[in-house]
Design a protein. Structure first.
Length: 388
């Protein structure tokens, strides 16, 4: 596991990684070895280790993530050694690319088809399929065409893919291979069957789901357009300690998911783990806001603090509501309350309008029945619907 971490950090190839392990004392020291050559293993050991991890995750999807278990073990150790306070944490997400080449729709269709062709026995390869395996054919097929010809080329690839699946109706064992299953998925996502023509026809670009296949080499990657930026692959959600007294801060939780997963779902998945870590306060932005999630966190001893609510940009001449928006059950009726304030003209004071939210999502006014030095006096009686 340590070797694979070093490989990613230093961007080594496997060949360079094994050479560094054998001859670089710094690498040996980082792995806990104190003598060069103290522990030797063959390259196949590394490959088989990765294969075993991969197959375990596929065969036991509901079991513990072995790599994450190592992360937790090391994190707990480092927190104890550094004496860090984990009462407070901040949570944020980012978009990350997987280690794949970003491909357009035509290139994706070509790669999926070629992988399926390579999985076929020689006896099922027609001359029309063999041509796609020629070394220089991809360049000719993908790049030597006019823009208006792109859809017809995609349709051509879909036709060949449908031809392969039709041939394999008599070979059920071949249909269970990864390459053929990927072809079936691609066809179902990128085309629609037309019974009148007895043919799969390519969908328009707008008809294709963001969750559709994005790479022939990474079946889990998804597509997302966030704030005008296009992302292909995954969303990474991170939690980090943020108590001021800590000499250093440390990432205590991570979650990798298809990038069509929203922030609320990511935090919801993380809450039980963060609760076990003893975290009491989480600071995050408004993209994570959900009344149900806020209540769920409170039930596990965690208070969520939102630093920036989502919505349209505010005018520079007006005070943003998010600057003075705090959710709290002030009148102890079980529903969250908040105050929206604005400056009083020619005065440093603020005027507030008080609201509450019930579990059904209805926002209503909370009457103020009095005032005292340390704040408003609230009443749970005489609720009035807020119509905006």
């Amino acid at each position: 596991m340590g070797l694979d971490l070093i490989k990613e950090i230093r961007e080594y190839t496997d060949e360079v990684l094994l050479d560094e392990y054998a001859f670089n004392y710094q690498i040996s020291f980082a792995l806990g070895l104190r003598t060069l050559g103290e522990r030797y293993f063959a390259p196949r050991t590394l490959y088989e280790f990765r294969a075993r991890l991969y197959h375990y995750s596929i065969e036991h999807p509901k079991e513990a993530d072995l790599i994450y278990a190592q992360f937790e073990k090391l994190t707990d150790h480092f927190i104890a050694v550094a004496g860090l306070n984990t009462d407070e944490a901040r949570v944020d997400s980012t978009q990350i690319m997987s280690n794949i080449k970003s491909a357009g729709r035509l290139s994706l269709a070509y790669d999926v088809l070629v992988q399926a062709i390579k999985a076929l026995p020689e006896s099922l390869m027609t001359d029309s399929l063999k041509v796609f395996l020629k070394p220089d054919y991809k360049t000719h097929f993908l790049y030597q065409l006019k823009k208006q010809d792109t859809l017809s080329r995609i349709q051509n690839l879909i036709d060949h893919g449908a031809e392969i699946l039709e041939q394999l109706e008599k070979h059920p064992k071949l249909k269970s291979t990864t390459e053929i299953q990927l072809l079936e998925r691609f066809l179902s996502e990128q085309a629609v069957y037309n019974p009148k023509e007895n043919r799969w026809l390519a969908k328009g670009a707008q008809e294709i789901s963001p969750k559709s296949l994005q790479s022939a080499y990474d079946a889990d990657a998804t597509y997302r357009n966030k704030n005008g930026k296009k992302h292909v692959a995954y969303a990474l959600n991170l939690s980090e300690t943020c108590t001021d007294e800590n000499p250093i801060q440390m990432v205590t939780h991570y979650d990798l998911a298809p990038n069509t997963t929203n922030d609320i779902e990511l935090l919801q998945r993380a809450i039980p783990n963060l609760s076990e870590q003893g975290i009491k306060d989480i600071y995050t932005d408004g993209g994570y806001y959900s009344l149900e999630l806020t209540k769920e966190a409170q039930s596990q001893g965690i208070t969520l603090h939102y630093t920036d609510m989502t919505g349209r940009k505010t005018s520079s001449e007006k005070l943003p509501y998010s600057e003075h928006l705090v959710f709290e059950d002030y009148n102890k009726d079980g529903n969250y309350d908040f105050a929206i304030g604005q400056p009083v003209k020619n005065s440093p004071e603020f005027q507030y309008v008080l609201f509450s939210i019930n579990p059904a999502g209805t926002v209503y006014n909370v009457p103020v029945v009095g005032y005292k030095e340390d704040g408003f006096v609230y009443s749970a009686e005489d609720k009035q619907d807020f119509l905006y």
